[in-house]
Design a protein around this ligand. Sequence first.
Ligand SMILES: Nc1ncnc2c1ncn2[C@@H]1O[C@H](COP(=O)(O)OP(=O)(O)OP(=O)(O)O)[C@@H](O)[C@H]1O
Ligand SMILES: [Mg+2]
Length: 429
Amino acid sequence: MQEEMNMNEKDKKIADYAMVCDLVCQLSSHISEGAAIDNIMHLFRTICAPSSIIYIPIVEGRPFEAMTFPEHVNADAAAADLIGNFKDDYAWTTSGKGFRLKIKGRDALLGLIEIDGLLFSEYRNHYLNLSLTIAGALGLSISNSRVYQSLLNVNSQLEKKTHELEQLNCILEEQVRDKVNEIRQNEQMLIQQSKMAAMGEMIGAIAHQWKQPLSALSVNIQDIKDAYEFGELNSEYIDNIIRTSNEQVGFMSKTVDDFRNFFKPSKEMAVFNVVNSIKEILSMFTNMFNKNNISVRLHYDDAGNLKCTGYPNEFKQVILNIINNSKDAIVSRRAKDQKAHFEGTVKIAVHNEDQDIAVIISDNAGGIPEAIIERVFEPYFTTKPSDIGTGIGLYMSRTIIETNMGGRLTVRNTEDGAEFKITMNQGIL
Ligand SMILES: Nc1ncnc2c1ncn2[C@@H]1O[C@H](COP(=O)(O)OP(=O)(O)OP(=O)(O)O)[C@@H](O)[C@H]1O
Ligand SMILES: [Mg+2]
């Protein structure tokens, strides 16, 4: 009989340890703290059939809401008693039919558990020993699960932040796009404005261009009267006068067309002949330069080879800005020094430079003072009185060449004047 009891007790111990092993296996996987406690409660109920179990999680020294079995156990009162009256690692309950344990993991207190009303309280020593083993495994599992949970939290916060960053990035990209568009539009407006600023000079230039054909026409008209008086008004004379008058009118009308075309902004990039563009702009302003006693010379190697892709009208405007500055510099140098009645010259040289086309514009007006040469491309930088200069000519020119046409515009002083260099890709669309 005694032997039979010993055998039963031995079997029971084996079964108990088997269950603990099973529990340890379950705990070793990533389970949540709640699921681990559920498992433990289930295990205790199976092993020692208690009348109540209460578990209080402790996080960073502070107790949290208790979990109880059965659910209607007065959780708050039991928890207050458990927290207030439990100093050692384990103790017997006041009823003497159970025990309380501290669950620890990595030296921190993680929870308190009380198992009371054991069905076979005479085995309480055995159950306590077993429970201390379980508490060790449980402590480790809870501490792992908390670390895992905090990692998950950090991860989800990171994901949230990444998402926020992505959204911010999108908004920023949009804002940058809007700003770039705004700047482009402003630049377009400035380009147009700077053309308008040149308008006054152009009207003067048209007047100059028209002077000669107008006086030729006036001579023709006077001539008709004389011919009539001298009886020379035959059909051959009339044909001749019509032809020469038409030539003058054609020239005048071409001048107007040239200016009108120049004022239209180029809508699209196009392949254009650099030399022809320069010739066109020079022919529109020859008389203005002549009037100021300035000779403009154009040199180039092989015009047919000097083609670029870009905006031809804007390119012409750049050439005009630069040679206008040379004209102003020559006129002002003469005004400062009455004896300086030198012949003003502007040289324009166009040639291939590796894959690029270089346009070099130089004058003999004395150059740009070294103190300001770095600043001449800044918007609104001018040394001229406000009725002559606004300071946007070179800024616009650089924007046109570098931002809109992908080239370079630089300046340096030579021995007798300033030299501007435009480099553009020898492009074919
Ligand atoms: N060829 C040059 N010789 C000497 N100084 C020059 C020359 N070209 C430009 N500069 C200097 O650079 C400054 C800026 O030129 P920019 O063309 O940008 O403006 P601006 O001619 O003063 O006014 P605008 O807007 O009417 O062109 C000029 O005021 C002048 O001081
Ligand atoms: Mg200028």
